[in-house]
Structures are given as C-alpha cells and as structure tokens.
Design a protein around this ligand. Structure first.
Ligand SMILES: O=P(O)(O)OC[C@H]1O[C@H](OP(=O)(O)OP(=O)(O)O)[C@H](O)[C@@H]1O
Ligand SMILES: O=c1cc[nH]c(=O)[nH]1
Ligand SMILES: [Mg+2]
Length: 214
C-alpha cells in the first residue's frame, strides 16, 4: 500500500538496513539486540544531525591562527521514551557525548493501548533541539503523549525531531493528526499493527528484548 507521509524520512543506509534485519530475527539474543540498536542509533544520529547549525571561531593551530567551524547554539537534548528508548539514546550519546539527556517514562496499558506516565525529567529548553527517541512507533499514542509533554515544557515544535527504528502506518497517521510538521526519522515503515497493536512484521517487544523482561 502506498502512503503519503511528507514528514517521514526513511533512512536507507545499507548498514542500517542490514543491522535492522539482524534485530528482527527472533533468534537474535538480548546482547546482540542491544548492540545492534546502539549501532543503528549512532548511524541514524549521523543522518538526523546533518542540519545542525555551525559557527566560526578563532583558534590557534600549532602553526598559526585560523577561523574554524564549530557547532553553534545550545547542545541538543536527547529524550528517550523509557524503557526501549534508552537503547537508542546510547548510540546518540556516543555520537554526541556532550548532549543533554531527558527522560520520559511511559508504558502502554495492555488493555487500552494508551500511555501511562511514570517519570518526566527534562533539561532546560534554552532554544535547544530536542531529539525524542523510541524504537517503535505503533499506535503513535506514546510518541504523541511525549511530544505533548515537551510542548508543555516550552519546547517549540520546530525544535523537535522524532527518531524511531520501525514505524507502522497507523502510528504515523495518529502522530500527524497532532504534529504533522515534526519530522519522523525511521529505518523502516512496516505493514500494519496486529490485534495486540504490535507492529507487523516488526521485531517483537523492543523493551522486553532489550532488557530480557516479559
Ligand atoms: O506507539 P505505541 O502504540 O504507543 O507503542 C510504542 C511504545 O510501546 C512500547 O513501549 P512499552 O509500553 O512496551 O514500554 P517499554 O518500552 O518499557 O517496553 C515501545 O517501546 C514504545 O514506547
Ligand atoms: O511492535 C511493537 C509495538 C509496540 N511496542 C513494541 O515494543 N513493539
Ligand atoms: Mg516503550
């Protein structure tokens, strides 16, 4: 089925695609699942920070002074939606060790599929770019709820990017009902949700595979 999601950017880098396939395999163990998620997130982080602002500063090399580029403005904030988002934050922090990190703890009520909030801790806004991360965009309820929190916290819509690993069309539909201008980066757009609102073909329960829980 052809979808038209203008704010969806599927990152097709061969290494990302290869590693995602490895993650999807049901026989991939917790250790490899976590390592692969960190590696993919680092690679996706490279892609989504292409438009970071740069400014010139005066420096001295061992030979002479020069004007050199450096990252401008406030350092980005990486905000994983707990728990599975933590697996993606690892890779982004490896790429940007000085990034600030916030946390939004949500779990999806098994019955209602609605998010239940259990923790919110965020850095000061200071005109900072906020990268919200969660591997799975299934119904989209968690992502929308988390962005609602960022907006209430004072983050401007144009300062928010959403980074997922696998997205379902239903999740993007829901996301775009509230936030059609916020870019969604993903490694794959899968087919649909099953009766339990799991993404098909998907990769199972990201949090449980990451932490060995059930
Ligand atoms: O788009 P949605 O339908 O909201 O589903 C996506 C959310 O569901 C899963 O989290 P879960 O509630 O299983 O918690 P966990 O990450 O701690 O495992 C997943 O990690 C996403 O956060
Ligand atoms: O497929 C899915 C859907 C929601 N949450 C997950 O972890 N996996
Ligand atoms: Mg989760």
């Amino acid at each position: 089925m052809i979808h038209n999601f203008p704010n969806l950017r599927i990152i097709k880098h061969p290494l990302i695609q290869h590693k995602l396939t490895q993650m999807r395999k049901k026989e991939t163990n917790k250790k490899d699942f976590r390592t692969l998620l960190r590696e993919i997130s680092l690679l996706m982080g490279y892609e989504i920070t292409r438009d970071m602002p740069i400014r010139e500063i005066e420096i001295e090399t061992p030979l002479m002074s020069m004007k050199a580029p450096t990252i401008a403005g406030e350092m980005v904030a990486i905000v994983p939606i707990l728990r599975a988002g933590l697996g993606m934050a690892d890779g982004l922090l490896e790429l940007m060790p000085t990034a600030y990190e916030g946390h939004i703890g949500l779990y999806r009520d098994p019955e209602t599929k609605k998010p239940v909030e259990y923790l919110v801790k965020l850095p000061f806004v200071d005109d900072r770019m906020f990268i919200l991360v969660d591997p799975m965009l299934a119904t989209g309820n968690s992502a929308v709820y988390a962005i609602d929190i960022l907006v209430r916290h004072g983050v401007a819509l144009e300062k928010i990017k959403f980074l997922a690993l696998v997205a379902a069309p239903e999740g993007i539909e829901t996301f775009n009902k509230s936030y059609p201008t916020i870019p969604i980066y993903a490694a794959a757009l899968d087919d649909c949700l099953n009766a339990k609102a799991y993404i098909e073909p998907g990769l199972g329960d990201a949090g449980d595979r990451l932490f060995g829980t059930y």
